[in-house]
Each structure stands twice: as C-alpha cells, then as structure tokens.
Design a protein around this ligand. Sequence first.
Ligand SMILES: [Mg+2]
Length: 459
Amino acid sequence: MNFKNYFFFRIFVNRSLHLENIKFYGFDMDYTLAEYKSPQYEKLGFDLVKQYMVSIGYPQEILEFVYDPTFAVRGLWFDSLYGNLLKVDAYGNILVCVHGFEFLKHSRVYELYPNKFITLDESRVYVLNTLFNLPETYLLACLVDFFTNSKDYNITDTGVKCGELLMSYKSIFQPEDPHKDWKTYFDIVVVDARKPLFFSEGTILRQIDTTTGQLRVGVHTGPLQNDQVYSGGSCDVFTKFIGAKGKDVLYVGDHIFGDILKSKKIRGWRTFLIIPELVRELHVWTDKCQLFNELQSLDVNLGEMYKAAIRDVTHKMDMAYGMMGSLFRSGSRQTFFSSQVVRYADLYAATHLNLLYYPFSYMFRAPAMLLPHESTVAHEQKFVTELVSQVEIPVEEEEEKRDKKVLERSQSQIPHVRPATPQSVTHDHDEDFSDDDSDDKTLSKTGEKLEGQSASELL
Ligand SMILES: [Mg+2]
C-alpha cells in the first residue's frame, strides 16, 4: 500500500523539512498527545458551564440549550462589542457574521463594520482558537440568541436591557501498552509550562514529587533526568539543559498561537501543527469535489451574472462542513486560521500518530507555491501579438552584447565592472539546507560513525 496516497495518514508540508536534521521531538499534551472524545467532551464542558452559569444567577432557561457540534468552527472571532461571532480572512475582512443564531445580511454587516473589516483589537476581539473553545463558542451564540430574542430584554447595539439592568455582550463573554509507564515514551517531561510564556521569560522550573503529585520547594537547577517530571521553566533554561539549538527541535502541538506561532517566531523551532478537523475537511474536499470544481470555473468566468451562482455554490460548500463552513476557507477565500497555518506551521496533520508512518530519515518536500501570475498564466502562453509589437524585448541581442563587452582596465581601479554569472551552484535554495545545517550534518554523520564503530567493537 502506498500510504502517502491514503490521505488521513498523511503529513502535509508548508516548508521542506529533513527529519535527519531533527535532534529533539517535543510534544504538547492536551489535544496533541491526549485526544479527547468529540463531541462528547465538548458536550460535557457545555453542560457543566450551563449549570455553573445558572448557579451564579443566569436564567434557568439556558439549561434547555443542547450542544450542536455542527454549528461552530474553530478560529472564529468573538466581537464583544456587538456580540457577534465573525469568520474572517487573513487580513480581517469579514467572511461570515452571526449574531446569536442569526446570520447577518450584507447590509447589516456593513453598518456595523465599515468596509466589512475589523482589526484584531484585543480589548474587543477574542480569538476562539482551540478545540477547548468550541463549546464556549456555541454557548456564546446560545446566550446572545437567548437575550436578543427574550421578551424580557430590550436590544441595544452593544447589549441587552431589562428595566434598569444593562447586560453588555462584553459581560456575557466574561464569564497504548496499558502496563507501560507513560513517562518512558519521553526523555524529558515538563508540565504546566505556561505556554506561550514558556517561550519568552517563562516561570520558575521546579521538580514534581511523582508519588504525591506535589511540587518540590525551590528552583531546580539541573540537570534534567529522564524519569522525573518537571513543572514550569522557560525555553531558554530548558534548551540549555538538553543542549538544543533552534532548528534541532520539531515541536508538535495543536495550539496555533501558544504551540506553533510563538515557538516559531521567538525560537525559530521547526513546527508541526495538529488539526483534528482535517479528517472531516478532507472528507468534504474529496466527496464534494464537484462543488470546488464548479466554484473554480465560476471564479474564472467572474462577471455580474455569475455572482449569484458563486454565492449559491459557496453556501452549499460551507454547509457541507457545518453551519460556519470550513476551518480553512469560505468558498475560495481563505480564513485567518488558514493563513496562520501556512505562515507558522512547517508541517501539519490530523494527528501526531501520522509521524509513525514516516521514517526518521524522511525528507518532507513542500509543494511549489504558485503566485497568481504563475498559476493563471501557462508556461507556453504567448503575448498577444499587438502587445509584442509595441514592447519589443530583445533579450538575446542584449545578452550577445554583454558577452561581447570586453573589460578595458588601463587606468581603472575597479576590480569588476559587472558581476559574473555564476557557472556552478553557489548556494542552496531550500531553507532546510542552510550552511549551518550542513555543518551539523557532517558532525552528526561523524558522530554516528563513531557510535557505529564503538558498537561494533563492543559486539
Ligand atoms: Mg494542546
């Protein structure tokens, strides 16, 4: 079986990565190593939060809400000013806007958000990035819907009123081998690392007493031992203890911000994002391929008469994923989440277990990314004739002239009058083969050799 064609087991590549260059593999725990049963887990969280809210004074009626896993998608923004859930593209353009359960019309979105645009202002916008946020996202929709439609409350732009009582949307928002010890799968275990803080200043590194689960008093000053569990610490201290440099580490996590964006931006680690939704996304991508093809041909023939058809196909496509559409796109527009995946995750897959299908020597190759001028103009396409007659580009002539140019240097002090075209390969064009890495490779190869030798000697 060619497992790479079996797409659920595949790892997808944004930037080329040679596993041979990786010396340390790091794993996040929640939703990366520990997968929660979905949607049972989200439903449990949803029900517990409902009960808690009633216990602190919210109306009994909210207990009647039933968790609907088809409603929310990860990566939505909650605008606490107007109480809307927004699906936005990479630049803050609003793709979908829903108030409670009501999808707002174009004209209303324009009224609330000039140019259908919003900036990521953290005092107002909360990004619902993680899978833990899914029940929260749905609960926000339920609460906004309840208060907006309840006859006891009057609607204002930024909240609801009941007599003298004002409730703003912002205030609504506040609220394997079973016998094998799990620690043996890892060289070093750190819990409560407080990412993303871990990647900047971090916290105090302490050791945990594994028999009592209590923290040991005082700062752990190293070294780190294999069978122990540590708490907190910082990336600086941790990497010094294990002797890792930036590109030695492949970090596997499910949190686009805390695991992937920060480790890439602050530390330059290689990154692998876990996206459990990929299983469903790939199902729709393959099962509904006729919709994608239809949309693509409509996009190409874009004109007034196609606009309604594009809306129609986009809607059908979105509904195939769930009420808020795909995690990665709305029609042919890509989401904010999608752009962060491309920018910060070198690799991504539905689960970390997919690493099992690739050998440690595997070279992940990123597919060539075509820009619009490359993807829409075929190599063999020629200029239209009138254009060519106006814009003559005598490339060959110019090259001939350059070749004929003879260097006259009777009085000149300039060593080169123009740069020479390199005749051989001068540098690697692939980011995973920097000079640094090739030095490391030679070293590690030598290291391997030595190890090999001593092993055979021992034998
Ligand atoms: Mg996690």
